[in-house]
Design a protein around this ligand. Structure first.
Ligand code: PA5
Length: 435
């Protein structure tokens, strides 16, 4: 059973007939997606993945995760974009953003992400984290040639080989890449690294439910079976009745209608700092899928209530080109009462003993109402908890809605030609060091 709920507010000014028209078109876009008839159709393997994933590889992922947990204190995950954001989002969502501090305290596996930037201080800081500790590396790259990933992998591979020697290091390296081609696959085969597959028909930002996301998530001790179960149930819901206006169809239609009405920026909002990386995953999913041919809603993310003290003014009162998509976790994993004192030094004595969650939920309602008054249309997604099942639902829901929405916009959701330009420029600038 799925638990994700959607509510819409602040759209009363939009004409109904127009939304109906967008819904009609979203149905068409959904059919194109499901029948693999649209541009990029060769990358739609993620649609059936929760039903059809490779059970043998899944078992191998679970075994490798156990091995990593048994013999290492730290796992370094080298990857960028779709090759790391899903796992990073999942770890924060399921374990809490402070999981590495907690892991250190509880003698659990720490997981650090590298290869998602070229900053030497960051890399050095991660190297400091493995000092004196047993560690393993999961290098993730579908192409096998991504510069950030390669450079960081070089550094952590060297650290592994220096510490354990080449042979033992090879047993601590796990490569997630193409099943048969690419530089990483070649190296892995030559050195004898255990490899996992990024399927041909699944692109980076739709790959969280493949080994790309599953190995780091399982290594963190999370239940990847429940994650797949949540995704599977969401898939069933979204695909079972072709006539039904599912939330995914409605969300895709509404986004494009809002865009037509000059709402060019979508802010993904949360009231839980542990959803910050989930919003980063959403930004990549929608940004790389839809930002094409001079079009596309600009995806942004804000963490409330923190960002209300920095961006609240702009949202309430700046240019009216924003709509808001809120992800709300109904039951916070942990709660605590507001501390009591004799005196009322800050005017909040009346809240003593009340749970902090009450304030957070009140902040959501109060802020949402203020934003509606400020003409910010809203889509609220509520999920009961931060469990693996809920996360599986969320991942699948947004991947599906994004595919429909991008086809509705008229672009190929599964390529990213614009990303090549910066890579080309860097390579040209670096070419002078070849001699
Ligand atoms: O969504 C995508 O396809 C990209 O963000 C890629 O995941 C990213 O560029 C990394 O590519 P690769 O896995 O080939 O190293």
């Amino acid at each position: 059973m799925t638990d994700l709920k959607m509510q819409i507010a602040g759209t009363a000014d939009l004409p109904d007939y127009e939304l109906d028209q967008f819904i009609e078109e979203a149905f068409f876009a959904k059919d194109v997606l499901l029948q693999h008839r649209g541009p990029g159709a060769e990358f739609t393997g993620w649609i059936d993945l929760p039903e059809k994933y490779d059970r043998d590889e899944f078992a191998r992922i679970q075994k490798a995760a156990e091995k990593i947990r048994k013999e290492s204190q730290v796992l370094i995950v080298c990857g960028i974009g779709g090759s790391y954001l899903g796992a990073a989002a999942a770890l924060d969502f399921l374990k809490g953003g402070m999981y590495n501090l907690k892991a250190e305290k509880n003698n659990d596996l720490q997981i650090f992400f590298a290869g998602n930037n070229l900053n030497p201080t960051y890399i050095q800081d991660v190297l400091d984290m493995i000092e004196g500790k047993d560690f393993s590396v999961n290098v993730i790259s579908k192409s096998g040639t991504t510069m950030e990933t390669s450079i960081s992998f070089r550094i952590f591979r060297k650290a592994l080989e220096d510490k354990y020697g080449k042979e033992e290091a090879a047993k601590r390296i796990y490569a997630t890449t193409d099943k048969e081609k690419g530089a990483l696959k070649e190296l892995a085969d030559k050195e004898g690294y255990e490899t996992f597959v990024v399927p041909d028909d699944i692109g980076g930002r739709y790959s969280v439910l493949t080994a790309v996301g599953l190995l780091p998530i399982a290594a963190a001790g999370c239940d990847i079976e429940k994650l797949m179960e949540g995704a599977k149930e969401m898939r069933t819901l979204l695909l079972q009745d072709p006539e039904e206006v599912t939330d995914a169809v409605m969300y895709a239609a509404l986004r494009q209608e809002l865009y037509e009405w000059d709402k060019e920026i979508e802010i993904f909002v949360n009231y839980d700092p542990d959803l910050r990386m989930f919003a980063e995953w959403l930004k990549q999913l929608f940004g790389e899928s839809e930002g094409k041919d001079g079009y596309g809603i600009f995806p942004a993310s804000l963490n409330f209530t923190s960002d209300l003290h920095s961006m609240g003014q702009m949202i309430q009162d700046g240019e009216r080109n924003i709509f808001e998509t809120i992800i709300n976790i109904e039951n916070t994993p942990r709660d605590l009462p507001i501390a009591a004192f004799e005196e009322d030094f800050d005017g909040f004595k009346y809240l003593e003993g009340k749970p902090v969650s009450l304030l957070n939920q009140t902040a959501l309602v109060g802020t949402a109402n203020a934003h509606i008054e400020g003409e910010v249309p809203q889509i609220l997604f509520s999920i009961p908890d931060r469990s693996e099942h809920s996360l599986g639902e969320l991942f699948y829901f947004f991947e599906f809605a994004c595919g429909v929405s991008a086809y509705l916009e008229g672009v190929n959701p599964f390529n990213q030609p614009g990303v090549e330009s910066y890579k080309k420029n860097i390579k040209e600038l670096l070419s002078k060091y070849k001699d």
